[in-house]
Design a protein around this ligand. Structure first.
Ligand SMILES: [Mg+2]
Length: 365
């Protein structure tokens, strides 16, 4: 079974998570707070029992306090705790310092929260573990804060890794270790398993990742609906979600200006063929496709027309299809004589095919 589960995912992903971020910053700025249970939240006595715990230091966590818990409940668990209102301006400033460190290693950064980010370092010449060590060192040197890092080949494993040795730890999950690592997780460690699903799993006699993996996809769907599929793949450490870094391309295109105006339809069709060939190669290299094809035409009077055709699904990334679509747009715009100085074809409404094209089964070796 193990061979069947092997996926050929060549990516290198880090998940970096600052430990008890807000609480750690407050303790750094006021060391007296290190000795007490510290809860970042409005004091329930001031807020008439309202308020939610943003985070808590490890002293408070030992008493059972955790983020998203009501402040009133936290107060019952830790009556002597110090409550501090969050100072988001301060936390944002620290977060920016940390982002600047990440940017030295990759531009592919998905910021999940002020204290948490995924980094895709696949293109870096450095080893993932070296990057993880350097980031931790720099974060400490520049902000005096600790963080935990998970290193693996997808976001799910990187995230599970950073949670594995909290606080102030690094976990590397290599492909050959994935099934054991996942197998040893408690059922509550899986994404999307809350208190209710945990109870349900208990009823089924499922307590860890090995037992989860033994369940069929049908059983999981029957008990957990849509989440059943997620759990099935999580139990195998498979996850193709990409690191959603900010700068997404708006369009991809090619254009050509001519020294002498083109006046024959035959010439136009030849130029469209050249452009389509270049564009298709570009799209294939970037693993992109688009729902909208745009054609730009400029005549010798410098009049420019832009026409688009949008499809329900993606256009085929195919020279003939692109050429024909462009020609059709052209013929419609210029039925009789013309004198053309520029032609361009581009695609917009882009989609990334990189991970959609990967069949889980084709990847098994
Ligand atoms: Mg954190």
């Amino acid at each position: 079974m193990a061979e069947f589960l092997k996926t050929n995912d060549q990516r290198r992903i880090l998940h970096v998570d600052l430990d008890a971020f807000y609480a750690q910053i407050e303790m750094r700025d006021n060391p007296d707070l290190k000795k007490v249970a510290l809860i970042i939240s409005r004091d329930p006595q001031e807020s008439h029992g309202h308020g939610v715990v943003a985070t808590a230091n490890y002293e408070a966590r030992k008493l059972g306090v955790h983020s998203a818990m009501s402040a009133a409940q936290a107060k019952r668990l830790a009556p002597d705790a110090v409550f501090l209102r969050p100072n988001f301006d301060k936390y944002r400033a620290v977060s920016q310092q940390i982002q600047a460190i990440f940017k030295q290693y990759t531009k592919k950064i998905e910021r999940v929260a002020l204290d948490e980010a995924y980094l895709d370092v696949t293109d870096s010449p450095h080893r993932s573990t070296a990057i993880a060590a350097k980031i931790r060192h720099q974060v400490m040197a520049q902000t005096s804060l600790t963080c935990s890092v998970g290193v693996s080949h997808n976001k799910l494993l990187a995230k599970l890794g950073s949670e594995n040795h909290k606080p102030n730890g690094v976990t590397v999950i290599n492909p050959e270790d994935v099934l054991d690592f996942i197998g040893n997780l408690k059922i509550a460690d899986f994404r999307g398993v809350g208190a209710r699903s945990e109870e349900k799993f208990k009823g089924l006699g499922i307590e860890n990742g090995y037992q989860l993996r033994a369940l069929s996809i049908e059983t999981l769907r029957a008990n957990f609906g849509k989440m059943g599929d997620h759990l099935y793949w999580q139990a195998r450490g498979v996850h193709f979600g990409r690191v959603m870094w900010q700068r997404q391309r708006q369009s991809v295109g090619k254009e050509e200006t001519f020294d002498y105006p083109l006046r024959q339809r035959q010439q136009i069709s030849q130029e469209f063929k050249k452009l389509a060939t270049k564009l298709v190669t570009l799209l294939q290299n970037k693993q992109l496709s688009g729902r909208t094809i745009n054609v730009k035409i400029r005549d010798d009077q410098y009049r420019t027309i832009n026409r688009s055709l949008t499809k329900e699904g993606a256009w085929p990334v195919d020279v003939e299809a692109v050429q024909n679509a462009a020609q059709q747009i052209f013929d419609h715009a210029f039925e009789e004589e013309f004198s053309i100085r520029l032609l361009g074809i581009s695609f917009s409404n882009l989609q990334d095919n990189h991970y959609q094209n990967i069949s889980l089964f084709d990847q098994a070796d």
